[in-house]
Design a protein around this ligand. Structure first.
Ligand code: AMP
Length: 702
């Protein structure tokens, strides 16, 4: 019988674990009887040596040593040359995994096929895919890639009866840093958010010590140990040793042998902390970012779990104690927790959903993990003067998840209609600041009436946090073939310049203006929020921007028109907290005119009211100024709203709707769909039938 294992594939060290016969997670030692194996590969005379022996050969100055390649996972142009062969980071990781598999099989005396492999929470899609590929290359059946902090939390929460707790996992390994906020309650472990940097880890502290000692050596002897690979790799090993010593002693000595000279330098802990201060600061600012993201005050954190070898540095403990007013939690082995948690998940997955007690392994708790990066695509901005990253699936969505969004595409009758979507991960709207996943190409898009085909694009994250994209024709559901092609070499440079003239779809800008007077509080505002979310889901954000306004004693734009679903969702969530009084004095029209001035595509104000406004005549006059300037006003009323008044502020009778509170979602959804299917009515205007048959007549046909 084969068993399932959990593998912590670390930057510096890796570990394997399984559940023992009592159902307890245990580490499987390697062939040296050690719980962890260095993630180091040495190529020597046609032989491949992995682990401790390779690490020792590295210290001895052996030339073909690969280490820290986890930082290069998914990087297309990284290769390690050794003895006439090129190895990608995936190949190197596969060699480590093969060794782990071999050792573990020997240790337990059974074959091992199924594995759950851990990845830093902050890994993007290419790194996750590369990790899964490495597992397959090594002969594993990869059940799942799971986030390291999630695995650590599972190990901590396993069979431990705790009160509801909000924990922070601070994971500082050899090459990566992750900070994760999560909540453990009676029956679940819910990940709230993660931040991280996969270029930050113990190795950076080692490099600081190397720099410190090399500078002294240069001053003393006038020659540079960096010039010689053997001296440098020796120094790297000694620097790491000194760093570890400084975790238990107040000072450590580093010696350098180079060019016939030997230098010895004393480094005390205070100096070490000073030269690594900015690195520590970076972990602090990422920790604060994670808490800000969830609007979490420090005093709401019940405990901090430390994971990763570098958390043994006293400065980490000091920082946690200072920041949170209490020392970090104990009871978790910083080197082993991740592999142990992965083993628990592996056992559960291997048992499958049909197992009699599907959640047996997790001690009765289910794990809810989230996406760590927003998924987006490159689009044109609202006046088509620049490219933006339009976020479609925001960060922290529960995984697995799927979201379908419309995409409008102009087609030619002759065919050859092809769409290139540049998918991204990242939080920024700036194309220079995101990670590109690839060019997703949709071929053979059928030509439709008016040359506008709406495609429903389905974006999903699976349980491993990897991305998949599918497409269908909106009108008949016919599937479309999507292939992922390598990025052209001028990406992202081409998105940093002004777009060239193209026959494009017009850009729609729509402000949703919510009446927030007293009568909206409670259920009505919750329904309005639901309606706004549905509007967002049914809008093609690559060709449409959405802004949010609140109207009560005065009017406030809480979000300027945006193509970023994350920002829009946040503004919708914040609606109940907008502080503009509870009256009915204001209207949104002057504010909308100034926000929409100068934009050339179709412009809309979509007003939602549930009561009678105090200054109706003034509002009607101002709404008419919108109409005159070509801004369409759509008025939606429910509850105590005044139907006649709604008709007066709306651009046409067809643009005013009176519905019930429960009908809001449907009304907003329909409006969004019509905006999408008609590209904001622009297609109609192009057929020479504007005005009289406003795009909203389509609404009636729906
Ligand atoms: P990990 O990737 O979690 O195995 O962490 C490995 C990192 O932890 C390496 O950078 C090690 O140098 C570092 N590390 C291990 N033990 C200690 C220690 N006692 N003090 C400081 N850093 C340590």
């Amino acid at each position: 019988m084969s068993i399932a294992v959990g593998i912590d594939l670390g930057t510096t060290n890796s570990a394997v674990a399984r559940l023992d016969e009592h159902g307890r997670p245990v580490i499987i030692p390697n062939d040296l009887g050690e719980p962890i194996t260095p993630s180091v590969v040495c190529f020597k005379n046609g032989e491949v040596i992995v682990g401790q022996e390779a690490k020792e050969l590295q210290a001895a100055g052996e030339p073909f040593i690969a280490a820290f390649f986890k930082r290069e996972m998914g990087v297309r142009d990284f290769v390690f040359h050794a003895e006439g062969r090129d190895h990608t980071a995936t190949d190197l990781s596969a060699l480590v995994l093969e060794k782990l598999k071999r050792d573990a099989e020997r240790s337990v005396g059974q074959s091992i096929a199924d594995a759950v492999i851990t990845v830093p929470a902050y890994f993007h899609n290419p790194e996750r895919e590369a990790t899964i590929a490495a597992g397959k290359l090594a002969g594993f059946n990869v059940l799942q890639a799971i986030n390291e902090p999630t695995a650590a939390a599972i190990a901590y929460g396993y069979k431990r009866a705790t009160e509801d707790q909000t924990l922070l996992v601070y994971d500082l390994g050899g090459g990566t840093f992750d900070v994760t906020l999560l909540r453990i309650s009676g029956d679940e472990i819910r990940i709230l958010t993660s931040e991280g940097d996969h270029e930050l880890g113990g190795k950076n502290w080692d490099d600081r010590i190397v720099e410190f000692a090399a500078t002294r050596f240069r001053d003393e002897f006038g020659s540079d140990p960096f010039e010689d690979a053997v001296s440098l790799s020796d120094l790297l090993v000694r620097a790491e040793e000194a760093k570890k010593r400084l975790s238990s002693s107040n000072s450590a000595r580093i010696s350098i042998v180079h060019d016939g000279n030997q230098g010895r330098y004393e480094l005390d802990r205070a100096t070490f902390e000073r030269i690594g201060h900015d690195l520590m600061e970076r972990t602090i600012s990422l920790t604060e970012k994670a808490m800000d993201d969830q609007r979490f005050a420090k005093d709401k954190i019940d405990g901090v779990l430390l994971v990763g070898g570098s958390t043994r540095m006293p400065m980490v403990r000091d920082f946690i104690t200072r920041t949170f007013g209490r020392p970090p939690m104990t009871g978790v082995n910083v080197d082993e927790a991740v592999a142990l948690g992965a083993a628990i998940v592996a056992a559960e997955r291997a048992a499958g959903p049909s197992a009699s007690a599907p959640r047996f392994a997790l001690g009765g708790r289910r794990t809810i993990d989230v996406t760590n990066h927003s998924l987006g695509m490159i689009a044109l901005n609202e006046n088509r003067s620049a490219f933006v990253n339009s976020i479609i699936l925001p960060k922290n969505a529960q995984i697995p998840c799927t979201q379908t969004r419309p995409y409008q595409h102009r087609t030619r009758r002759r065919g050859g209609n092809r769409l290139e979507i540049f998918m991204t991960q990242g939080e920024s709207s700036a194309p220079a600041e995101v990670t590109y996943l690839g060019m997703y190409v949709v071929d053979d898009i059928p030509h439709q009436e008016r040359g506008l085909t709406v495609i429903d694009v389905e974006y999903s994250y699976d349980i491993s946090g990897t991305v998949a994209v599918k497409g269908r024709v909106h009108s008949d559901g016919a599937p479309l073939r999507i292939t992922v092609e390598p990025l052209p070499p001028d990406v992202p440079a081409r998105f940093l310049k002004a777009p060239e003239e193209t026959v494009e779809i017009q850009h729609v800008t729509a402000y949703l203006a919510f009446d927030l007077s007293g009568s909206m509080s409670g259920e009505p505002i919750a329904e309005a929020q639901k309606a706004a979310r549905s509007f967002l889901r049914n809008t093609d954000l690559t060709h449409c921007s959405i802004g949010i306004m609140a109207v009560a004693d005065r009017t406030k734009t809480t979000l300027k028109a945006s193509q970023n679903a994350r920002e829009i969702e946040r503004a919708i969530a914040d609606l109940p907290n907008v502080n503009i009084g509870y009256g009915n004095d204001a209207d949104p029209f002057d504010e909308a005119r100034s926000r929409l001035a100068g934009l050339d595509g179709p412009r809309f104000v979509i007003v939602l009211a549930d009561g009678v406004w105090s200054y109706q005549d003034k509002a009607i006059k101002r709404a008419r100024l919108c109409h005159e300037e070509g801004i369409e006003v759509i008025a939606i009323g429910f509850g105590g709203a005044d139907e006649k008044f709604l008709r007066k502020i709306a651009s046409s009778d067809e643009a005013s709707f009176f519905t019930s509170m429960n009908g809001l979602v449907e009304t907003f959804t329909n409006i969004a769909q019509v905006l999408t299917e008609t590209a904001g009515g622009s297609a109609l205007s192009q057929t020479g039938d504007p005005g009289k048959r406003s795009f909203l007549s389509f609404m009636r046909r729906k």
